[in-house]
Design a protein around this ligand. Structure first.
Ligand code: SAH
Length: 602
């Protein structure tokens, strides 16, 4: 996770509990001066209280291995609001419990607590109402899409949700993807309302809350030197008049010669809004309701505010046509509605290998990647296998096998929009997995290598998983060959099989057979029999590390007697591979036999 996490330990035992964790979650471990030479730990000088106060300002999460009472006293003077305070987590010295102490939802403490508990095999202690009922938190609903929280009684609506009473959701703007993660009791006579809107709504029912998707692009034209305050006042006036929510502003759009206009820059900085600019050529080409000859003669386009709002939003029509304000400097404002909200976030693609199947065969880094994603995309079978790792607020998109292209396209589309998307593959994602198609499609789309960002998380591939069940068959030079000729011509596969057989590579055959491809394994076996002894050991491993695992040790001449399917990996030994009491062993050469001496490779 890309966040700053500080972990604090005051005793040697606490250090031992936190150390492995720090490495995996990327936290900085802090210890007192009395501790000498703790690997990767930083030493704080002076008293802990002062140090925690410093960390409070800079860190997104604090993990204490300390008595809860002591932590409560330490943080009490620092607490401000759950939307700004860092997440605070407490781990007991024995590493049995992980407590989400405060900033559970908004600070991410609940999520981090769950992760840490998973990593150290502890029990997560989550005491928020939505956690205890397994309910998704309403104050997280719009976060993946960059929505801003509007007015209303958030605690009141949470309580209605927690009581399981009916809630009415009225959505006028923004993505409906949240529906994949949240479901509310929507029976008649609701007790609370959730508005998802760009407007400022008068509630019909109390309690209510408002989420504001950022769909409004504000086009602005102004005289040089117009003060920030004048622009802000003008915006507020229009928004009030049209009953629109300023929290729903996606960004400010204007002409490129205004890119250095101080008032606009300050406004955008204060409100964390993007300032998008267009050239006069682009703006002139937009059809607008209120073109002006005066403006044209001044800046070379008949419209700035209206044309810029339309260009930024991608819409054809304006929600609010040009409004003119004159006080200290002149400001024109127009507003357009975009079909998709601006998330204000840089998307991430996490290409994750989930190993052969069992959860404990997934690397901790991959587990964290999955848990940190807004969206998890993958083949339904693999999504089922990792179900315990999924978080309740996550959007899960399980797709049938064979839809690799669609899965990759969808992942890229969501990441381009600003979401963090984990694409899961079994084994290693970069070995006949989804990472390949995602990277190819990014390249085809002229990706700049940075946006969206891409991170790969290696997994245990089928050949390693299969090998580990039968011994050390891969102890010498080996290769992997997929027998699937859906994407590779069979002649190429045959050529590689021949070369591998000839060069005495131990060979792992992936995709050995499917319902429609039945002949390939027979052909592969025939090729190997030309170069290798019929008694060469072969392991046939089906569904390694899954409940229906099947392992057969056999020989090359009997390979075809064992039933093989698309969940199977076949390992063919080299000329020195042997079996010993049901174990398959390829000598590395330490004991003086095997290797080149025994071979006759030309
Ligand atoms: N990315 C995966 C490979 C996907 S190709 C990896 O690195 O393992 C699919 C093929 O992988 C299957 O046809 C089968 O040959 C092999 N495979 C995947 N999981 C397996 C498992 N649990 N046991 C045996 N073979 C497996």
């Amino acid at each position: 996770m890309n966040q700053s996490i500080a972990a604090i330990a005051l005793t040697p035992n606490a250090t031992k509990t936190l150390q492995p964790l720090c490495h995996t979650i990327g936290a900085q471990l802090w210890v007192p001066e009395s501790f000498a030479n703790i690997a990767a730990a930083k030493i704080y000088k002076g008293d802990l209280k002062t140090h925690v106060a410093t960390l409070w300002e800079t860190q997104q999460a604090l993990v204490f291995c300390l008595a809860t009472g002591a932590v409560v006293r330490l943080i009490a003077p620092l607490l401000q609001h759950k939307s700004t305070d860092p997440a605070v987590i407490v781990v007991d010295e024995a590493g049995k419990f992980v407590i989400s102490l405060c900033s559970g939802h908004q600070g991410g403490a609940d999520k981090l607590t769950t992760l840490i508990a998973q990593l150290i095999g502890a029990t997560p202690v989550l005491t928020g109402v939505s956690s205890s009922l397994g309910l998704p938190a309403i104050d997280m609903l719009g976060v993946p899409f960059g929505w801003r929280r509007g007015g209303g009684d958030w605690t009141g609506v949470s309580a209605v949700v927690a009581r399981g009473e009916s809630v009415q959701v009225i959505q006028e703007a923004g993505s409906t993807l949240w529906q994949k993660a949240y479901s509310f009791n929507d029976s008649p006579s609701p007790q609370a309302q959730i508005y998802i809107t760009a407007r400022t709504v008068e509630p019909v029912l109390n309690p209510y809350i408002q989420w504001h998707p950022r769909v409004l692009w504000v086009g602005i034209g102004c005289e040089r030197g117009t003060p920030t305050e004048t622009i802000a006042k003008a915006i507020t006036k229009v928004f009030l008049e049209y009953e629109l929510a300023e929290s729903a502003i996606a960004g400010i759009a204007t002409i490129d010669i205004k890119a250095d206009e101080v008032g606009l820059l300050e406004l955008c900085q204060e409100r964390d809004l993007p300032l998008i600019t267009f050239s006069k050529e682009v703006l002139s080409a937009v059809t607008v309701p209120n073109p002006s000859q005066v403006v044209k003669s001044e800046v070379g386009t008949p419209s700035v505010a209206e044309a810029a709002a339309l260009s930024a939003s991608g819409s054809q029509t304006l929600l609010v046509t040009k409004q003119i304000f004159k006080s200290m400097g002149a400001v024109t404002i127009a507003i357009a509605l975009s079909a998709q909200e601006y998330t204000g976030r840089t998307g991430k693609l996490l290409l994750v290998g989930t190993g052969p199947g069992q959860l404990d065969q997934i690397t901790p880094a991959a587990q964290i990647a999955i848990a940190s994603a807004d969206v998890v995309i993958g083949y339904s079978l693999y999504i089922d296998l990792i179900a315990p790792l999924l978080q309740k607020e996550q959007i899960i998109e399980a797709m049938p096998i064979t839809q690799e292209r669609q899965r990759a396209e969808r992942a890229i589309e969501l990441a381009n929009w600003g979401l963090t998307v984990a694409v899961v593959s079994s084994g290693d994602s970069g070995i006949y997995g989804m990472a390949g198609i995602v990277m190819e499609q990014l390249q085809a789309a002229n990706w700049d290598g940075k946006t969206p960002s891409v991170q790969l998380f290696p997994g245990i591939s089928a050949l390693q998983a299969a090998a580990s069940r039968v011994g050390t068959p891969l102890m010498h030079d080996f290769c992997a060959i997929s027998l699937s000729d859906l994407l590779t011509p069979w002649e190429t596969i045959e050529k590689r099989l021949t070369a591998a057989a000839q060069a005495d590579f131990i060979t792992a055959l992936y995709n050995p057979k499917s319902q429609t491809r039945t002949q390939q394994l027979a052909s592969a076996t025939a090729i190997f029999l030309q170069y290798r002894d019929p008694s060469t050991p072969v392991a046939i491993v089906r569904s390694a590390y899954r409940p229906d695992e099947q392992i057969t040790l056999t020989t090359l001449d009997k390979l075809l007697d064992t039933s093989v399917d698309m969940l199977t990996t076949v390992l063919i030994g080299n000329q020195t591979t042997r079996t010993h009491n049901n174990w398959m062993i390829t000598p590395r050469g330490y004991l003086g036999f095997g290797d080149a001496k025994a071979l006759n490779i030309s």
